[in-house]
Design a protein around this ligand. Sequence first.
Ligand SMILES: C[S@@+](CC[C@H](N)C(=O)[O-])C[C@H]1O[C@@H](n2cnc3c(N)ncnc32)[C@H](O)[C@@H]1O
Length: 246
Amino acid sequence: MSASPPPAAPDPAPVLGADGTLPQGDTKRVAVEAMFDRVAPGYDRMNRIISLGLDRRWRRTAVAALALNPGARVLDLACGTGDFSRDLAAARYRPVGADFSAGMLAATRTATPLVRADATALPVPDAAFDAIVCGFALRNFVDLETVFRESARVVHSGGRIAALDAAVPDRALLRAGNTIWFRGAVPLLGRLLSRDPDAYRYLPASTAYLPPAARLLDLLRSVGFVDTHHVTMTGGSVQLLTGTRA
Ligand SMILES: C[S@@+](CC[C@H](N)C(=O)[O-])C[C@H]1O[C@@H](n2cnc3c(N)ncnc32)[C@H](O)[C@@H]1O
């Protein structure tokens, strides 16, 4: 008599509800960490495919926007596999990476010092850095205001912030192309190539979680950054926020 296989165990921390909604609060934090642990081994390859190789250019633009002296200490917040850290080192800055996913940190290919930490509670003294960068992580945070406040705490007066993330283009034609790519092609590629297909349905859903540019700038100013700017790249599909610590 052959026994039928037991039903698959439910994902302990699904990053999307069955109806495609995002989890909230601590449930989101746990789900996001578990998702990045799962996707870490194939993360860099999927990143290059999804961004059509443009992600490197976006990070280099953000690094250039810091405009610091060589040797400046820069925190790469939510560093993932360390792409930003490599660009920072190439610009002759001294990066330190921080991320809460042990899987992502284990997959880094960088000589940068790394620390496992949550962005809301960094094990770093006040004003320890000349700048902070954050690549494609804003939409993953549960509480952006707390993360920005913590970012302001660890950067000294006159220091810089540069945060990159996905965005939705304003212009209808570009928005349609963006929707076809991120809501059609990317989830399909995720199903074919990733060990966690849900992660690539989560991506467009999480972009919608981000507040509009004006609100992001307000938040940055409310925690102590001045001279704040918001620019978009690649037809509005990527945004870069910058500011200077008051
Ligand atoms: C899309 S990846 C981006 C990685 C890298 N910055 C890049 O540019 O490729 C988002 C990263 O944010 C990290 N992350 C999300 N929430 C976090 C939190 N609360 N504290 C620390 N890291 C977090 C994830 O573990 C993941 O490595």
